[in-house]
Design a protein around this ligand. Structure first.
Ligand SMILES: *[C@@H]1O[C@H](CO)[C@@H](O)[C@H](O)[C@H]1NC(C)=O
Length: 200
């Protein structure tokens, strides 16, 4: 009986301490670049201008679809804070089964969802721990990642896939926005944005 109890303990400790799976520089897993993720919710149109021109509101889809704020280095290499060169690009995120100890929780490996970049997570307070990747810190945030995606959960869409508050470590790659799950904004939706209409 004691042996069985001890085994159960070892198994559960292993699951809880999954830790980070990505290794190397840049951090990679399964041959792909890794990123950290978090989630947020707001009502602003964001740094790609995905809302009406005459106010700071969001288009509905920029609140309830799979959209993300990318760290500054990913949003725009040159440091632009508006209409970054990667506005409207889509990133396919796949969970590794890892997370940062003390900053999230376990999500099983292999869950894939595609998010459109519609906002910037700036390299400034209060975003420094996740979104600061620059020359002074070796282009890595406080947890070692070169890339970060802060996922909009305005309508509970991140909660609905079980990622809310878990901040799963993911691998990521750029993909075409069209042809994914219905919560991924299409290229057509991006062309409603100020930056999309202005060729950025
Ligand atoms: C960035 O800061 C905003 C507040 O300005 C906050 O809502 C958001 O959660 C932060 N995201 C990260 C990844 O630090």
């Amino acid at each position: 009986m004691k042996i069985i109890v001890a085994l159960v303990c070892v198994v559960s400790v292993t699951l809880v301490d999954a830790g980070q799976k990505c290794t190397g520089s840049p951090r990679r897993y399964n041959g792909k670049n890794c990123a950290s993720t978090t989630n947020y919710a707001d009502y602003h149109k964001g740094a790609c201008g995905c809302g009406p021109d005459n106010n700071d509101n969001q288009f509905g889809w920029n609140h309830d679809h799979f959209v993300a704020a990318a760290n500054q280095a990913t949003f725009d290499r040159g440091g632009a804070g508006w209409c970054g060169q990667n506005c409207g690009k889509c990133v396919r995120l796949t969970t590794t089964g890892g997370f940062v100890d003390g900053q999230g929780g376990y999500v099983p490996e292999g869950q894939t969802h595609t998010f459109m970049i519609t906002n910037l997570c700036p390299d400034e307070w209060p975003n420094l721990s996740w979104c600061s990747q620059n020359r002074n810190n070796g282009y890595r945030n406080s947890y070692g990642y070169e890339w970060h995606f802060d996922l909009e959960d305005g309508a509970g869409q991140v909660a609905s896939i079980g990622w809310k508050g878990k901040n799963p470590e993911v691998t990521w790659e750029y993909v075409n926005c069209d042809g994914h799950e219905h919560l991924t904004p299409t290229n057509g939706l991006y062309h409603q944005c100020f930056c999309g209409r202005n060729g950025k």
